[in-house]
Design a protein around this ligand. Structure first.
Ligand code: SF4
Ligand code: SF4
Length: 330
């Protein structure tokens, strides 16, 4: 499917504690207008179905090669799938005994998705939680999303939207925004040229949309900065982002510590291994960056009026460990 209105879903994760207030169910949509070199979920970038191959799970049984109608499986290579020949038909996936081959992307009619999301309504009610729409970039599908958020809001569900900010503001504000309670808005790189180098797009539209949202305040907006060593987590970039956020009238920001989990997935999708650190940041590194950001903010506040009330560091690692023990993915 393409981005013409029929989004594919990568995953539906229940019991999330890190994607908004309370206990939440998170829908990860497939397809994104950006191509971040540091993406921690590269399987969400392409709007079409992906076939992932995990070498460490492969039992070497050769069944996939026997079943592929395109002759796209080459057992002598570590990547296994010839991505030029592969039509993503998924025939090899079902017969793989080691679950080394995985189809990524499934379409849910809105009614089916709402039915799944409503299963945890008692948890939302008791915890002050709800549904989080994530990706990829869910705003790529305004018609579908409008129908989804209208239906959820009619059932009094709290809705969080996570976005990279690269959307058509008028369409977004007309179709989606009236139903959203909280927006997590990624701000990655301040310099337009560097932004383009690392994401495939310049940041003018993203920053314009953020300014309009903060000015019009139709929902609570929380800017977030993913901390990528040597790319976004530099003194220069963080200082420049502070300036942009203060100027835009932001009142808070979350810093998201680096997550290396996209490296293995990029390889599983047959892409070159990204040149990124393979470990999470240490608590000391996280604190150092937090302090750097606070200092930049303080320096900025001395120069101009700022409405900033909080800078938070989201400890995803602790909640991820918890989630691995308890989560129920659909
Ligand atoms: S079918 Fe699965 S386990 Fe068997 S060789 Fe292919 S990828 Fe490996
Ligand atoms: S998805 Fe289809 S074409 Fe691609 S490797 Fe598997 S069987 Fe072959």
């Amino acid at each position: 499917m393409c981005n013409s209105g029929f989004p594919l879903v990568v995953d539906i994760k229940r019991d999330s504690l890190e994607d908004g207030p309370g206990i939440r169910t998170v829908v990860f949509f497939k397809g994104c207008p950006l191509r971040c070199t540091f993406c921690h979920s590269p399987e969400t970038q392409d709007p079409k179905i992906d076939i992932a191959f995990s070498e460490r799970k492969c039992l070497g049984c050769t069944r996939c090669a026997d079943s592929c109608p395109q002759g796209a499986i080459d057992l002598s290579t570590t990547q296994r799938i010839n991505r030029v020949k592969c039509t993503r038909c998924s025939q090899c996936v079902g017969i793989c005994p080691g679950k080394a081959l995985r189809r990524i992307g499934r379409f849910y009619p809105v009614d089916s998705l709402v039915e799944i999301l409503m299963r945890d309504l008692p948890f939302y009610r008791h915890s002050g939680g709800g549904v989080t729409l994530s990706g990829g970039e869910c705003t790529l599908y305004p018609k579908y999303l409008e129908s989804l958020v209208k239906s959820l809001k009619a059932r009094h569900v709290h809705i969080v939207l996570e976005t990279c900010g690269y959307f058509n503001f008028d369409v977004f504000s007309r179709r989606i925004l009236p139903y959203i309670d909280l927006i997590y808005y990624d701000v990655k790189i301040a310099d337009p040229g560097t932004h383009s180098k690392h994401t495939g797009k310049t940041n003018e539209k993203i920053l314009d949309n953020l300014r309009r949202l903060l000015l019009e305040k139709p929902a609570v907006v929380c800017p977030r900065i993913p901390l990528i060593p040597d790319i976004t987590a530099t003194v220069e970039n963080l200082s420049a982002i502070v300036g942009l956020l203060v100027e835009a009238g932001a009142e808070n920001v979350s810093l998201l510590p680096y997550n290396p989990m996209g490296i293995e997935m990029a390889v599983n999708l047959g892409r070159p291994k990204p040149h990124l650190p393979e470990k999470f940041m240490s608590p000391d590194e996280e604190k150092e960056i937090h302090d750097t950001f606070q200092m930049a903010l303080k320096a900025n506040n001395e120069r101009q009026d700022s409405r900033f009330t909080s800078v938070s560091l989201t400890d995803k690692r602790r909640s991820r460990e918890w989630k691995q023990k308890t989560s129920r993915s659909i």
